[in-house]
Design a protein around this ligand. Structure first.
Ligand SMILES: [Fe+2]
Ligand SMILES: [Fe+2]
Length: 241
């Protein structure tokens, strides 16, 4: 998969795509609005830390990936505005997430990021399917389509990095990290999820199921030959842990 080309085509498509019909307004349940506010903060990073650890074609692809995340922040801000809700400047869970990623090398940062992406996948699907409001459904569907691409993008970069016994230890630690992050999300967004027609258990089960597929795609904790690296050696990012 040529990710740079993939993100470039998507960026061009986005430029000519009409905006959602913001003027029609949105109806958001207060619990869902609070939950969307927090996701909006999470989407709004500048990606500088990740960009600094990448180079070559990979860095160019990362820049386009960051632009997609910033577009998600913009779409969610417009959705909140359309529903008469303000955005928030910060949330403690995002601050912890950003500090954690900043302290890590590229591989660990991508592992943390993948947890957020897998949670986001299930969240935006729940938002799209759990409301009647057309504008909210439209925004959630657009973001979801991008997030579907982000997970394999990061998986490709990590593929083959953790093989054999080391991989098994990494997979264990990764699952522990996911469990911690998931517990925070369930505490923080449980009432919104209920409004979207999803129990905490159903949400967690969806995230865990998708995460196990990430482990398979990364080839983490598994023996056997890894496929050819998608990124050429010269384009591999600096700062590996
Ligand atoms: Fe996003
Ligand atoms: Fe994403």
């Amino acid at each position: 998969m040529d990710w740079l080309e993939e993100f470039t085509v998507e960026a061009q498509r986005r430029q000519v795509r009409p905006e959602p019909e913001w003027d029609r307004g949105a109806r958001l349940d207060p619990a869902v609005a609070r939950s969307v506010q927090r996701f909006q903060v999470g989407e709004s990073g500048d990606g500088a830390n990740l960009l600094a650890k990448a180079d070559g074609r990979y860095q160019e692809a990362v820049a386009l990936f960051v632009a997609e995340e910033q577009n998600h922040a913009r779409l969610l801000a417009r959705l909140l505005e359309a529903s008469g809700t303000t955005t928030i400047d910060a949330h403690w869970s995002d601050a912890v997430f950003v500090q954690l990623r900043r302290a890590l090398g590229l591989r660990l940062e991508l592992m943390v990021l993948l947890i957020a992406e897998v949670v986001a996948l299930r969240y935006y699907r729940a938002l799209r399917d759990g409301v009647d409001d057309p504008l909210t459904r439209e925004v959630a569907a657009r973001i979801l389509a991008d997030e579907e691409r982000h997970v394999p993008f990061h998986c490709d970069r990590l593929h083959g990095e953790f093989g054999g016994p080391t991989g098994k230890a990494v997979a264990f630690g990764w699952r522990v990290l996911l469990a911690g992050a998931l517990a925070v999300v369930l505490l923080d967004h449980g009432s919104a999820l209920r409004k979207l027609g999803l129990t905490r258990i159903a949400f967690a089960a969806g995230v865990l199921e998708r995460f196990e597929r990430v482990l398979v795609d990364v080839h983490c904790g598994r023996n056997g030959p890894a496929r050819v690296r998608p990124w050429p050696r010269r384009a591999r990012p600096r700062g590996l842990v």
